[in-house]
Design a protein around this ligand. Structure first.
Ligand code: GCU
Length: 661
């Protein structure tokens, strides 16, 4: 059967025709992951050079896999000296990552293996590097914009050639685990941890294992009631505890090596410990104790707020919820619990400050949660390369203790001194032929994996790598796509909600401009704009949100003069006439950025048109369609948002451009 999907960045476009060359590979030790590493090298090199790759004895091979007990888990050293190349590692996964790194480097250098001189040692920056799927058992994906689930269909589990290709992509980017199902656990997903699904799950797990990926399963907190015959899910109830202990034993007997469970509790309709008057440490620890004998982890999501509440008054600020719920529990969690925290205090908006919880927790392991499925960032119809944003998030200094306190340090456990932590990305994949809907969205999948593995990488380096691996060595393609990728997030932000205000999109599906769109009641807005002012006062004189930050940051945000202007309306309520550092007032800034953003989106389209004939026809056709739509949508955003503020203020654009009255 012909494959109906692409290889993304594992395409391995030809570097040099070498049909007479044979490259030999040998390993000092065996194992299923080593075996995969060999096959990946074989596949990659044969495609890059049209050569032959065979196995050999260690002493004579061109590429040798060596054991180096001195290297930390998952790390590798590559030493390529023209005629010999060694990949050394402390464990099998290191060999796999090293093999992918070698293939990557060959494509960057664009030379034959025997001409490569290169040395690199890498140990992953983060122990946990996870793709988080919001896939439902019927096959749909919550906030999915790239087709249906790769793992589920009609309440069955899919185990097929594409599962292998998924694992290859994830491992080559640097991921080492995945949560396979939506943490809004419903329907048949409740039975994922039962005899009904163990057999196919275990087959899938075997595939993932070969690529060094740990499988995690999202579970519902009330499983003892849903699956068992208990009338409570109270975490302090001995019957509940023993139900989970029995269940964990059964699960790990059937799925040995499982990574653990993920839980979304007491949020957006999910049940949780609050229903029993217990807190989230009680809930997470009870589960942690049940899975601990098997080395299991509990990934506990901190996206907790009351979605029934109307947040219109000025004191109950939704941005404060995460910190309020979890700070009192700092240090109360078991060592096999990791708190998973969204990058911002709200919900994956195009711009938010870093969640104060990340700087607050001093004794708790954390997993940063970012969203690469583009819920609020153009739903994979618009290009939005998110790595520049993620870089800023990781570089944010939370100023919260005397030691290293950037977000990247804190998630690596440098403050709490505990070994687990890392990055998780809400996945953007589906069964579309190109995996991610928009061809350029694959750069986010690749990019966040690379960044989680090597936290020092720049978005520029990652973008160039990805383009080169995906489309080969084509300077014009690289120049245009690099430029588009690097500008895509700023452009998207320009025609969307201004200055950190967030939303302004249609409630529910979160696409398309709707300045008055509000999730919680008929009459609220997120921006609180009236004819004089807009934004929310989140200073200590307002909702008090700024007090959740360490003193230096609090001071920075509290003072309108020092508050970063791209977030100024997140922190402050200001009149339209407020002068920004650019010398423009807020209203004119809104008008200008919206005109600019739409214009730049139109330029993206014409630049893509310049690549006709250079990209594969199907890729070009898909991109052309998406960029055309983006251009049209950006104009709509521009007009709707500008008109809204014009009607609100009655003040026209200084440059007399058309705004619809
Ligand atoms: C957002 C998103 C939901 C999702 C939730 C989550 O609110 O809109 O679809 O369930 O995040 O993070 O769990």
């Amino acid at each position: 059967m012909k494959k109906t999907w692409t290889n993304c960045w594992l395409e391995y476009p030809l570097i040099q025709d070498q049909p007479d060359v044979t490259i030999t590979v040998a390993s000092e030790w065996d194992g299923v992951i080593i075996n995969r590493a060999y096959h990946e090298l074989k596949r990659g090199l044969e495609s890059l050079y049209h050569c032959q790759v065979t196995q050999a004895v260690v002493t004579t091979a061109d590429i040798r896999f060596l054991k180096d007990p001195g290297l930390s888990a998952e790390g590798y050293t590559i030493n390529a000296k023209k005629d010999s190349c060694t990949i050394s590692a402390g464990d099998e996964k290191g060999i796999l990552y090293g093999s992918f790194a070698l293939l990557r480097q060959l494509q960057i250098a664009q030379c034959p293996l025997h001409e490569l001189t290169w040395q690199e040692t890498k140990v992953p920056s983060n122990p946990l590097r996870l793709m988080i799927h919001w896939d439902n058992l019927p096959g749909d994906i919550e906030r999915g914009y790239a087709g249906d689930s790769l793992f589920f269909k009609n309440n069955h589990i899919l185990v097929n050639e594409r599962s292998i290709d998924y694992a290859r992509l994830a491992a080559s980017a640097g991921f080492n685990g995945l949560v396979i199902n939506n943490s809004n656990v419903a329907g048949a997903a409740i039975e994922l941890i039962s005899d009904r699904f163990y057999a196919p799950l275990s087959r899938l797990q075997e595939i993932f294992h070969q690529y060094g990926l740990k499988l995690f399963i999202a579970v519902d907190f009330t499983m003892p009631m849903l699956m068992g015959d208990l009338e409570t899910a109270d975490p302090t109830d001995p019957d509940v505890q023993s139900w989970w202990q029995r269940k964990a034993k059964e699960v790990w007997e059937n799925l040995p090596g499982l990574g653990g469970f993920m839980v979304k509790a007491d949020s957006e309709g999910r049940p949780g410990p609050y229903a029993y008057g217990k807190n989230h440490a009680d809930g997470a620890n009870m589960l942690a104790d049940a899975v601990a004998p098997y080395g299991g982890l509990i990934l506990w999501r901190c996206f907790v707020y009351d979605c029934q509440q109307d947040w219109r008054d000025t004191v109950t600020d939704r941005a404060k919820a995460g910190y309020d719920h979890y700070m009192p529990l700092d240090g109360c969690f078991r060592d096999n619990v990791v708190l998973e925290i969204k990058n911002g205090p709200m919900d994956f908006q195009v711009r938010e400050p870093v969640s104060p919880l990340i700087g607050g927790l001093a004794k708790t392991q954390m997993l940063l949660e970012v969203q690469i499925t583009q819920e609020y960032t153009g739903q994979q119809r618009h290009v939005c390369y998110l790595l520049p944003w993620f870089r800023q998030i990781l570089d944010q200094d939370m100023c919260c203790w005397e030691g290293p306190s950037k977000v990247s340090d804190l998630i690596q456990g440098k403050r709490c001194g505990k070994p687990l932590g890392g990055i998780s990305a809400i996945a953007n994949t589906g069964n579309d032929p190109n995996w991610t809907g928009h061809d350029l969205a694959a750069a986010n999948f690749y990019g966040i994996g690379r960044l989680a593995f090597d936290i020092s990488l720049s978005p520029e380096t990652i973008a160039r790598e990805w383009i080169r691996l995906t489309y080969g060595d084509q300077p014009k393609v690289e120049e245009v796509l690099f430029d588009i990728l690097m500008n895509s997030w700023p452009v998207y932000e320009k025609y969307n909600a201004p200055l950190g205000i967030g939303w302004m999109c249609n409630p529910g599906f979160h696409y398309g401009p709707n300045p008055n769109g509000y999730e919680y009641s008929r009459w609220g807005t997120y921006h609180r704009a009236d004819h004089q002012a807009l934004g929310i006062d989140r200073t200590t004189a307002g909702t008090g949100y700024t007090a959740q930050y360490a003193p230096n940051l609090q001071k920075l945000y509290e003072d309108v003069e020092t508050c970063p202007e791209e977030m100024i309306l997140f922190f402050h309520r200001l009149p339209y006439s407020y002068m920004l550092k650019t010398g423009k007032n807020i209203l004119q800034h809104i008008y200008d950025t919206h005109f600019e953003g739409a214009e730049q989106a139109a330029q993206f389209l014409s630049r893509i048109e310049g690549l006709a004939g250079l990209l594969p026809d199907d890729v070009y056709a898909r991109m052309h369609e998406r960029f055309t739509l983006q251009k049209e949508n950006a104009e709509e955003w521009r007009d709707v948002v500008n008109t809204f503020f014009y009607r609100m203020t009655g003040i026209p654009d200084e440059h007399g451009r058309t705004i619809y009255p």
